[in-house]
Design a protein around this ligand. Structure first.
Ligand code: MG
Length: 163
């Protein structure tokens, strides 16, 4: 049986993951508006992944016999300065999510909740990937700059993302 503290924190995390989806969908809309379809495509797939993350928590709570309670999702920013600024924000956001996952893990450890630790291991690994991917694109953007043919090439590359 999950503790009340764990149920509350996992319900918070459903909201946090859905906010991530909302943030990336807003970034997708920004890139569509800037005629960068590859970047937009990358963000759309990213948003879809975040919805899947939310559903993993939803299903875990349900599997453990806990009640899911959905919360209001904040409005994400609609405007961004540049593609580089978008990926700076993406990386900063993923670092925040990593801290949230670690905080959930710390609770599971302190409660000797081994099942939740096992469940959360997937997210600990996933956050390493999320930060790595955002860092790699940010590093490339710092080389290409925010316009010109190098940016168009990067847009084509990001348009190939299939998962
Ligand atoms: Mg996530």
């Amino acid at each position: 049986m999950l503790s009340k503290a764990m149920i509350d924190k996992m319900n918070d995390q459903i909201k946090n993951e859905l906010y991530s989806a909302y943030l990336y969908l807003s970034m997708c809309a920004y890139f569509e508006d800037k005629d960068l379809p590859g970047f937009a495509h990358w963000m759309k797939i990213q948003a879809g992944e975040e919805q899947e993350h939310a559903m993993k928590f939803f299903e875990y709570l349900t599997d453990r016999g806990a009640r899911v309670s959905l919360q209001a999702i904040d409005q994400p920013p609609a405007e961004f300065e540049t593609p580089t600024a978008v990926f700076e924000e993406t990386l900063a956001h993923e670092k925040k999510v990593t801290a949230l996952i670690h905080s959930l893990y710390e609770l599971a450890v302190s409660e000797k909740d081994y099942a939740s630790q096992e469940f959360l291991n997937w997210f600990v690994k996933e956050q390493v990937e999320e930060e790595k991917n955002a860092s790699a694109i940010l590093a490339t953007l710092k080389m290409t700059g925010d316009k010109g043919s190098a940016l168009v090439m990067l847009d084509r590359e990001l348009g190939k993302r299939d998962e």
